[in-house]
Design a protein around this ligand. Sequence first.
Ligand code: AMP
Ligand code: FE
Ligand code: FE
Ligand code: ZN
Length: 281
Amino acid sequence: MGKSDLHTHTKESDGALSADQLIDRAKKKGLKTIAITDHDTINGYKKARSAATEAGIELIPGIEITALWGRREVHILAYLFDTEDPELLSLLKRQRLARIKRMKDIVEVLQGQGLDISLDEVRAESGTGSPGRPHAASVLISKGYVASVAEAFIRYLSSDKLEGVTTDYASVEEVVETVKGAHGVLSLAHPGPLYTADEINTLLGFGIDGIECIHPSHNFNLQRTFTKMAESRHLLITGGSDFHGKRKTEYDPYFGIVTLGDKHLASMKRLAQRRKTEKNS
Ligand code: AMP
Ligand code: FE
Ligand code: FE
Ligand code: ZN
């Protein structure tokens, strides 16, 4: 028996810790298994592998992919995929280019509002990792335009405020097909308050294997509702803390506390194993 956290971020996307630092924190929290689910990149996972082995932590392949559903962005978690799958790697390359183009457009929108901000400044925040809105928020904070990431999202970065910005992210259908092709399993990330019941039905209808029932944005009732939904449809139940390693992020106190039980992890592994066997037979 041990605790698993299947939703964490590193510097390779919008987290604050390096891959090694995250493994160290996971060890201190007594976690047995973790997944690094950076946005649209597996570089954090790759960098953490040797530290995880040394620390005796089971690190499973993971990622949080932003997929397009019409004009909406949907976060889909994927696990236990083949990390060298060429189709998956090519999809991730496209996601990265889409993120850079999108950030360029976002910066232009902000400049149009009279803000002094450049793409280079945002890229300096994201370093070699996936650029995202939290990096733009950091620039806005350092320039004194806003006092917090939350304020940056409310005033400038929410999807409502960026309505004109379109993105080239892969579609939900494409993400599902590619991850399954790489023998991985998929889970709808933190559905919490984001979707209506009908919308969840539609999204699951695309072939997503499970629901992230356990997430700090879910209160007890939501967790129960999603767990029942997953059980009644024989879907996977996944979960984690969505740790970003930033003191000011509201979910971070849940690292080591919001965890997933062994039996759910075992079901995920069985499904991934079945995909591997079916593919090779
Ligand atoms: P992006 O990758 O550019 O779509 O940015 C999405 C990320 O921004 C999410 O994964 C969260 O980590 C963060 N985020 C989204 N909304 C907020 C918010 N209201 N306050 C702080 N962080 C947020
Ligand atoms: Fe994030
Ligand atoms: Fe997310
Ligand atoms: Zn996340």
